[in-house]
Design a binder for this molecule. Structure first.
Ligand SMILES: NC(=O)c1ccc[n+]([C@@H]2O[C@H](COP(=O)([O-])OP(=O)(O)OC[C@H]3O[C@@H](n4cnc5c(N)ncnc54)[C@H](O)[C@@H]3O)[C@@H](O)[C@H]2O)c1
Ligand SMILES: OC[C@@H](O)C(O)[C@H](O)CO
Length: 303
């Protein structure tokens, strides 16, 4: 507790002296710091839990394997309300019911939405506001993969992968950020890229997927630069090969062995192992993280 008459930490931060910058024409300009999100604890406040997640989140692809794990972890760390956007939320019905039992005091909603449609995403934002009252966090898991030799790939398949993984993530980020700007207390946006954004996959050909995820890294940096003035942080997480349905199926057994062998950790990742990075970026512990990418791959990209 601050002694009487002294400034509280937030007051001190708002009242901190604004540095003066001398411009090239000799005049001077004041640098106005962007607002600190009301959901983020100021860096020097030690008493509060640094990894607590506050406010309401939209998780796209939240009915998928990694998205569901992330929802669980965000709720575990204090998330107040959750809206899952997914093409088919029914796919995750059993797990979503389990989350409702595990966190009976939180509001957990779903909305069937194709993230490539601006109208559908905007309708989803409005439904989120009706159900939860605000949009403070967005995590974009919705994505698809396609393993096709580049010489054989029809342009329609290329377009579909780019449209969902890259353009769909942009549409969601733009709609959420517009709402965050209106609310006036910032927010956190996290894209799910991949090690495929950093390295070409081996042995499977995935040109469109690799390009779609690499584009997300530049999208993240560009939006981080544009939206920091509103207190909105934009980051990404790049998972390596995780043990999920996306990486199961006919012919993938040999791939799975190769992916494990080419990894210094000697194995694929388990879905909960991705959640630390997601919670960090959404929580007050990540309050100075903006425009960054966190690789969670067991070391696959060191080679
Ligand atoms: N599993 C991995 O090893 C791995 C590695 C790196 C990156 N990733 C990325 O993580 C994300 C999630 O992967 P996952 O393994 O959980 O896959 P998943 O298939 O289990 O989940 C993806 C979810 O996205 C939804 N979706 C697809 N298209 C959509 C659209 N147009 N609109 C709304 N929702 C849509 C699906 O219905 C599904 O629920 C993907 O973006 C994927 O590229 C996964
Ligand atoms: O790079 C790994 C992932 O992005 C993805 O799971 C994989 O490439 C799908 O086959």
């Amino acid at each position: 507790m601050a002694p009487s008459g002294s400034l509280t930490e937030r007051e001190a931060l708002s009242a901190r002296s604004v540095p003066s910058m001398v411009l090239s024409d000799g005049s001077s300009s004041s640098l106005t710091p962007p607002p600190i999100s009301k959901f983020e604890v100021e860096p020097t406040t030690g008493a509060r839990r640094r990894f607590s997640v506050r406010g309401n989140a939209i998780v796209t692809g939240g009915a998928g394997t990694l998205g569901l794990q992330a929802c669980d972890a965000l709720l575990e760390h204090g998330l107040e309300g959750l809206m899952i956007f997914d093409l088919d939320p029914a796919n995750g019905e059993q797990e979503i019911t389990r989350l409702r039992f595990k966190f009976p005091d939180r509001k957990i909603c779903t909305y069937a939405v194709d993230i490539t449609s601006e109208v559908a995403v905007q309708n989803g934002i409005e439904e989120t506001l009706r159900q939860l009252g605000s949009v403070d966090i967005l995590v974009c898991f919705a994505g698809v993969v396609g393993c096709v030799d580049a010489l054989e790939m029809p342009a329609s398949q290329w377009r579909k992968i780019i449209d969902i993984n890259t353009t769909g993530s942009f549409i969601c980020a733009q709609a959420a950020a517009r709402q965050m700007v209106k609310q006036g207390h910032g927010g956190s946006i996290t894209f799910i890229a991949s090690i495929s954004a950093h390295r070409v996959n081996f042995p499977q050909p995935q040109v469109a997927y690799n390009v779609s995820k690499a584009a997300l890294l530049m999208l993240k940096s560009s939006l981080a630069a544009e939206w920091a003035r509103y207190g909105i942080r934009v980051n990404s997480v790049s998972p390596g090969y995780m043990d999920t349905i996306l990486n199961e199926g006919e012919g993938l057994d040999i791939h799975r062995r190769i992916w494990a062998e080419r990894n210094p950790s000697g194995r694929m990742g388990s879905p909960p192992e991705l959640t630390g990075a997601i919670v960090l970026l959404a929580s007050s512990a990540g309050s100075y993280m903006n425009g960054t990418d966190i690789i969670v791959d067991g070391g696959a990209t060191v080679f």
